[in-house]
Ligand binder design. Sequence first.
Ligand code: SF4
Length: 354
Amino acid sequence: MIVMEPPAAENAATRVDWRERAERVISGESLTRAEARQILAVDDVEILGLLDAAFLLRRHNFGTEMKLNMLVNAKSGLCPEDCNYCSQARGADTGIDRYPLLDKDTLVAGAREARDRGASTYCIVASGRGPTPKELTHVTDAVREIKQEMPIRICACLGLLKEGQADQLKDAGVDRYNHNINTSRRHHEAIVSTHTYDDRVETVNDAKSVGISPCSGAIVGMGETDDDRVDMAFELHAMGAESIPINFLIPIAGTPMGDQAPLTPYDCLRILAMFRFVSPDREIRVAGGREIRLRSLQPLALFAANSIFLGDYLTTDGQDSQQDRDMIDDLGFGLEEVGSCSGGGSCGSGGCSS
Ligand code: SF4
């Protein structure tokens, strides 16, 4: 008699009924840390079952709608901080453009371009530890002008906020503030020494406390463990981050992380699915590194994530916007309309009664 051996891939992680687990999450059960770890251990050959379940969660909360964001690098380089992954950090020898804050007309023109490309959120991102009073006034003036002209949502990402600065941003009409925790509390000191993990959390909380929608996410592939990734997912959920960008490290020559081993496309998909399971109703964005880390598997990421950046990142190139639109069309997904609400209830972009 021939005894059939089970496939090598059939381990404890792959025997999970992911659909059933997604249904439990939809019915209100929270994922446990052990279950999140199981997601990160799924075999490559079992990844479609996991993504199918992640898609159940995504569809339950966001349908097949994609949210498009576009960013402007409003101030480049010249940063006194020492984030190991960043091409704009002090000491980084990367040959990037360095310039002070762009003038107001350029910031407003960027918002028009974002709107014309179909982005519902325009992200104004500036390098540095945090904005000076003059820089903040400059940005808020631009935001007021943009808000008068068009209904696009504005996300500001200007670094650590000082007392009163979140109020100023709120008054100007900023809908969302991004400040990533980037990595886990445990791994933070291996990444940066010039500010603490709590500094970052405090800024996210400042934005939230004045009614600005908090956006905070991660950079994965910086030598962190699976436990660190699980920590990040649960911490961001507990902080109430309504938008969670997941960046995949692009090792940049001239930074201390220039030789970091890259994540595989399947690693990226497992990580996105884990974040979706932990935060089923939050915006999960496939952010920097999407094109080069996921490569030909990019479309699969959108079964877990519901948001992407269009165009280029801060100092690295993205792909052509038309390619992104084609990918979304080919999947049969739609676009979030400019000015519409993606839920959450506290973004303050107007027209929302929740
Ligand atoms: S990530 Fe931000 S704070 Fe850190 S070095 Fe880069 S620009 Fe500066």
